[in-house]
Write a protein that binds this ligand. Structure first.
Ligand SMILES: NC(=O)c1ccc[n+]([C@@H]2O[C@H](COP(=O)([O-])OP(=O)(O)OC[C@H]3O[C@@H](n4cnc5c(N)ncnc54)[C@H](OP(=O)(O)O)[C@@H]3O)[C@@H](O)[C@H]2O)c1
Length: 230
């Protein structure tokens, strides 16, 4: 597809549709004319382009069925944006494998919204953000480790059509500017050293990546300098 070509309408399953990230991805995708299958335990409201499906991802068979059946055809892509509090590494890895299993052989692209901890630390490429106390204080290390395990599960899986999107250090609700910087596997920081994006602009990047897949399997995004997330 050339940069000027209008992307075709996709069917996008969003697992974690009620969450901070998933709800914004759903809104962004529907606003661009894509169909959304919105998956979560607590279903979202049905709209013209959004089909809510209640599913508990701790049940792999129910999740597989939800990913491959509810609108009569398998989605073109799945966005995985689940989180538990406290972090449950086994749940995250197991859910990631189930999604990749369902996607394998059906031509479904999987976009995992993962963690910043899996990125290389700026200024020290040998060090992961997860191991850098400048970005990940001790109490957040289990969360960062779960994100690393999730990326590892993607790398070890036989289905190759996935991309792992690491947010910057700070990801929170804010405003949609429609602009962002895109990188690969190193944390992006602004001139003042901060690393952040609004969940709205992250959603823009997610849908951009689904419409025009890049070559990298690990990507990151950050706000353009001069735009605050809040
Ligand atoms: N800087 C960073 O690295 C950073 C910052 C923030 C978030 N993140 C990542 O971004 C991703 C999304 O996070 P978020 O903040 O959007 O999470 P969130 O707001 O806590 O939402 C979590 C979502 O997961 C769903 N979920 C949880 N357990 C489920 C289950 N058993 N079955 C089905 N759905 C389930 C929830 O839906 P129900 O409760 O309705 O089922 C909800 O939609 C996560 O991978 C998180 O680690 C990274």
């Amino acid at each position: 597809m050339t940069p000027d070509e209008t992307p075709r309408a996709l069917t996008i399953a969003v697992l974690g549709a009620t969450g901070m990230v998933g709800s914004r991805v759903m809104t962004e995708a529907a606003a661009r004319g894509h169909r959304v299958v919105a998956l979560s335990r607590k279903p979202v409201d049905r709209t013209a382009r959004v089909t809510p499906v209640a599913v508990d991802a701790t049940d792999p068979q129910a999740l597989r069925e939800a990913l491959t059946g509810p609108v009569g055809t398998a989605p073109d892509a799945v966005v995985l944006a689940v989180r538990t509090l406290p972090v449950d590494r086994d749940f995250l890895v197991g859910t990631t494998r189930t999604v990749l299993d369902a996607a394998a052989g059906r031509g479904m692209r999987v976009l995992v919204v993962g963690g910043a901890g899996a990125l290389r630390s700026p200024g020290d490429p040998a060090r992961l953000v997860a191991d850098d106390p400048a970005y990940v204080p001790a109490e957040w290390r289990p969360v960062a480790a779960a994100g690393l395990a999730q990326l590892d599960a993607c790398r070890r899986h036989g289905h190759s059509d996935w991309v792992y999107l690491s947010p910057p250090a700070l990801l929170e609700p804010g405003s949609r500017t429609g602009r962002y910087r895109r990188g690969s596997d190193t944390l992006l920081t602004a001139a003042d050293g901060t690393s952040r994006i609004s969940a709205e602009d992250l959603a823009v990047a997610v849908v951009d990546e689904l419409e025009r897949p890049g070559a990298d399997s690990h990507i990151t995004v950050a706000e353009q300098d001069g735009h605050a997330a809040g």
